[in-house]
Design a protein around this ligand. Structure first.
Ligand SMILES: Nc1nc2c(ncn2[C@@H]2O[C@H](COP(=O)(O)OP(=O)(O)O)[C@@H](O)[C@H]2O)c(=O)[nH]1
Ligand SMILES: [Mg+2]
Length: 315
């Protein structure tokens, strides 16, 4: 049986195997993703990001349990730059150790970012597609940090939850710089600590300063993930956001935008492959030296390279 057929039949081992192939950017994975494409698009994808230690993994763990209570199946992808690519212990062994890891309706996968062939955002996106095709109702993507890589990863999500916590004076600065505008829901976790309300007010003030993109007003919610406080409310908010996306037509728009990005990324990769295939490496080296020596400009050099591949640019 082909792996993609296994995935459609909800065989967890086929799923795990295919995920590994996706991570290794293998041709077999590409073939499977083609077949599975028409089976994707049903899952609610939730991205969770924020500074390390804020409680993201704990939140995901509790949210997943809440979803199981509501009879929904769950996929979890944790992306952690500190982990080796083959997936070490991640997502805190917190989740691995919890009852979730023995629940067959929850599939957990951790991925490192180093060495992800074809880029981690793309690998994550493909893994999410596999989980979607497998039939998971809700898929979480947990990423650490607030840089561009995280923003790219989070773009895969329908609903983005930004997690922060009281104290940590300047994490909000980092958030402001990078990801404030992509948050659909803001969570101040560790509300058992002092100054949670202060943090909520800070975020609200920043949201008021920001530009309004549409009719969704990002709520700010306090949680104490450790004790499960605020979890059902957070899940309700995430589900409201998904409903809003559906009803406002934004889900469709997002899906078309993602498709465009995906199409162009594939075209780019293919063009690069064609160039590598058809143009002698030595010639490319020579052109690079000429560009560096200012003997030729890079646009002209690119024209020359493309001309050798047979790709013609209209001028
Ligand atoms: N006091 C308190 N600690 C929490 C809470 N949620 C998580 N933690 C703890 O914070 C630490 C970091 O949590 P983790 O979920 O790994 O954070 P992540 O790095 O954002 O994924 C762990 O020791 C958790 O037990 C909370 O609501 N209150
Ligand atoms: Mg974590």
């Amino acid at each position: 049986m082909k792996l993609e057929e296994g995935v459609l039949k909800k065989d967890r081992r086929a799923l795990a195997r295919l995920i590994t192939l996706v991570e290794n950017d293998s041709d077999e994975a590409q073939e499977a993703l083609r077949v599975l494409h028409s089976h994707t698009g049903k899952a609610h994808i939730i991205g969770i990001t924020g500074p390390p230690g804020g409680g993201k993994s704990t939140l995901v763990d509790k949210l997943a349990k809440e979803l199981r209570k509501r009879n929904k199946t769950v996929g979890i992808v944790a992306v952690d730059p500190t982990s080796p690519f083959t997936g070490g212990a991640l997502l805190g062994d917190r989740i691995r150790m919890s009852e979730l890891s023995t629940d067959s309706d929850v599939f957990i996968r951790s991925m490192g970012t180093r060495g992800a062939l074809g880029g981690v955002a793309r690998a994550t996106s493909d893994v999410v597609k596999l989980l979607d095709a497998f039939g998971k109702d809700t898929i979480f993507i947990e990423t650490v940090g607030t840089g561009q890589a995280e923003v790219d990863i989070v773009k895969i999500a329908h609903t983005t939850i930004i997690v922060t916590m009281p104290g940590l004076g300047d994490d909000i600065q980092t958030i402001k710089a990078g990801i404030m505008e992509i948050g659909d829901i803001f969570v101040v976790n560790k509300a058992d600590r002092q100054d949670a309300d202060k943090k909520v007010m800070e975020i609200q003030a920043m949201l008021e300063l920001g530009q309004k993109k549409n009719s969704w007003e990002p709520p700010v919610l306090k949680t104490t993930a450790r004790d499960g406080v605020g979890i059902p409310e957070l899940l309700d908010l995430a589900e409201n956001h998904y409903r809003w996306l559906l009803e406002s037509g934004n889900l469709k728009k997002m899906s078309i935008e993602k498709s465009r990005a995906e199409l162009f990324s594939i075209i780019e990769q293919n063009v690069e492959k064609v160039v590598v295939d058809r143009v002698d490496e030595g010639e490319i080296d020579k052109l690079c030296q000429q560009i560096a020596n200012k003997e030729i400009d890079p646009y002209k050099a690119a024209d020359e390279v493309l001309a050798k591949t047979g790709i013609k640019l209209k001028k």
